[in-house]
Design a protein around this ligand. Sequence first.
Ligand code: PEP
Ligand code: MN
Length: 348
Amino acid sequence: MCKDFLIIAGPCSGESEEQLFTTAKQLKEQVAPDYFRAGIWKPRTRPGSFEGVGEKGLLWLEEIQKEFNIKAITEAGSKEHVELLQKHHINSFWIGARTVANPFSVQQIAEAAANTNMTVFVKNPIHPDIELWTGAIERFLYLGIINVFAIHRGFYPYEKTHLRNVPRWEIPIELARRFPDIKIICDPSHIAGNTKYIAEISQRAIDLNMCGLMIESHFNPEIALSDKKQQLKPEELKNIINSLVFRNNKDFDDSFKIQLSELREKIDVIDYQLIDMLEHRFKLVDEIGKLKKSHNITILQLERWKTIVESRLNYANTDNISRDFLLKILQMIHKESIQRQNDIFGSP
Ligand code: PEP
Ligand code: MN
């Protein structure tokens, strides 16, 4: 398990003094989170919906910090927001999925936070572009801000799914590979969009070594002014947290280590074989490309491609490999093959 696992909980938006205090009190009693979250400025897709209470909400958060001995955190979308947070002794903020996609804004926010000891949580952008996410993180690191976390809140679902945002777990995994020192917090509320899936997504995040959870919680979600379907009551949140299984990440015992390394050695061999086989296959693709070019034949031969797909899918034992996965691999190989033949056609 990740050392210093963080729980960040609180409503989507700060709506009123009463709503914030009641929720904070219940959360403190039920969950004792590390941070109390509440959006004070809300970036809404369309104008006219609730856009947050603004600066007066910071006064409430300031009081909550004192009364419940908890750190408050909110979203900052501009340099002015960061300055107001400092004025109200709120030392942490997150950058939302919409802001993170704008390097001008991120740079201005980073400059406002430089030379303070603020803690910054950088959400992933709405669309699955890891460079924008890591680029935003770098803007803070380059200005000497050391307390920087990433928040994984899922990505816009281009296809219909039961989730509000698709997790695309491979993207935060790639972020962890590139930035091993940046801790990743999962925001299952915005991935799920619905309280039903929060436990399952939280467990998945823990199993992928994420270092904390940011979960929306409201004392009475039914009256929430934003994201009501995905907010849990503090008590429900407690039950979910208690049901999560925290597993061991590092302290392997000896027999486990031996078994693991034996299996991993076998996988290493197979990976190298796969690379050799692919290289071999692409050499043949190139030869065919030259042949097609010299005979003035089009690159795409639809009948051949249909036969490849059908025969390979029939050949595969779908107990061991899923049809969907195999089809994706074949499509990737075919796309690369077409690209290579295209390059051959374009060269003299
Ligand atoms: C939020 O945390 O309430 C929020 C607006 O999140 P996101 O930027 O991930 O949509
Ligand atoms: Mn929200």
